[in-house]
Unconditional design. Structure first.
Length: 307
């Protein structure tokens, strides 16, 4: 599946902004579009209607930062959505469709593995890759989010769990999350943001295509065109071992591996804290040591083959 185009994203956002949102009066006239007309958006952004039309049709070349920021302001985009707009604009300025490549399997950096070691088992933690693959976890992280999967699966790229696949294709993962609908929207919006950052990632394009074909829920959410970062939030779980547990997640970015995120889970209330302590106690005697090391990353992943 090819990534979003600048024109498609602009139209999607334009359809969501009504004239009243931006102070335009329509005088009761019938409108054939759900949101702003092209010429209305162009006027409010200070560009010609002809130029904006060519921009939306992919015929205007590279748009300037000033034009993009003006459009983002009228479309009421937040900083993450604006960054996505700029990413798409850079792609539209290049000739032809992006050339997809298959990056080598990701490996967590040694420093994030050391940090995971230092955390111990009191706080569940998971290391996520660019596409939402689980690259490493501690035992409580594994027990909290995917105890039905093999603990050592992140060490093998062929068996490595994929959070997006789990979320949309694994019934057990869906049953685990009581706020599945909310989290599903966030996962899809973040995947779209990632696709805008890495338009040549063939593995990412394959993942999006697979989920679109196999999950009607994913396809419906993807069609909405939402974009969002995924840094903090809450997961409400109905855990098969410890019952109801609410945890807040927060993401720690890795400066030396900017594609990788360390996600930590902390209890949202006293009952959830008791549940996590019980979970940690249950896994304390399993194996000796964390046992989830992977080879440290040599640097930025290379590319294996052109698709």
């Amino acid at each position: 599946m090819q990534p979003d185009s600048l024109g498609a994203y602009l139209k999607n956002r334009r359809d969501r902004v009504t004239p009243s949102d931006v102070g335009l009066r329509t005088y009761g006239t019938a409108r054939r579009v759900p949101g702003l007309r092209r010429e209305e958006l162009a006027q409010l952004a200070g560009v010609s209607a002809g130029y904006y039309t060519r921009l939306e049709q992919g015929q205007a070349g590279t748009a300037s930062q000033q034009v993009l920021d003006a459009l983002a302001g009228v479309l009421r985009l937040d900083p993450t959505e604006t960054a996505h707009l700029h990413n798409l604009a850079r792609q539209s300025g290049s000739r032809g469709a992006p050339r997809l490549v298959r990056p080598r399997p990701e490996r967590p950096h040694q420093r994030v593995l050391n940090l995971l070691d230092a955390l111990g088992e009191a706080s569940p933690a998971v290391v996520l890759g660019r596409r939402g693959d689980i690259l490493a976890w501690n035992r409580t992280g594994h027990a909290l989010v995917a105890e039905h999967l093999a603990f050592d699966s992140p060490q093998d790229p062929a068996r490595r769990p994929s959070v997006p696949r789990m979320f949309f294709l694994d019934p057990l993962a869906r049953e685990l999350h009581r706020n599945w609908d909310e989290l599903a929207r966030i996962h899809v919006a973040y995947l779209r943001l990632t696709a805008g950052r890495y338009p040549t990632d063939g593995r990412l394009a394959e993942l999006i295509g697979e989920l679109t074909m196999r999950s009607a829920d994913f396809a419906s959410l993807w069609a909405k065109g939402d974009v969002a970062d995924c840094t903090v939030g809450r997961m409400s779980l109905q855990h098969p071992t410890v019952g109801g547990v609410d945890v807040d997640y927060q993401v720690w970015l890795q400066p030396e591996s900017p594609d990788h995120r360390l996600e930590l889970y902390t209890p949202a209330d006293a009952a959830s804290a008791d549940a996590l302590r019980l979970l940690a106690a249950q896994v304390a005697g399993v194996g000796e040591g964390p046992g989830r090391r992977a080879e440290p990353a040599p640097g930025v992943p290379g590319e294996e083959a052109v698709l």
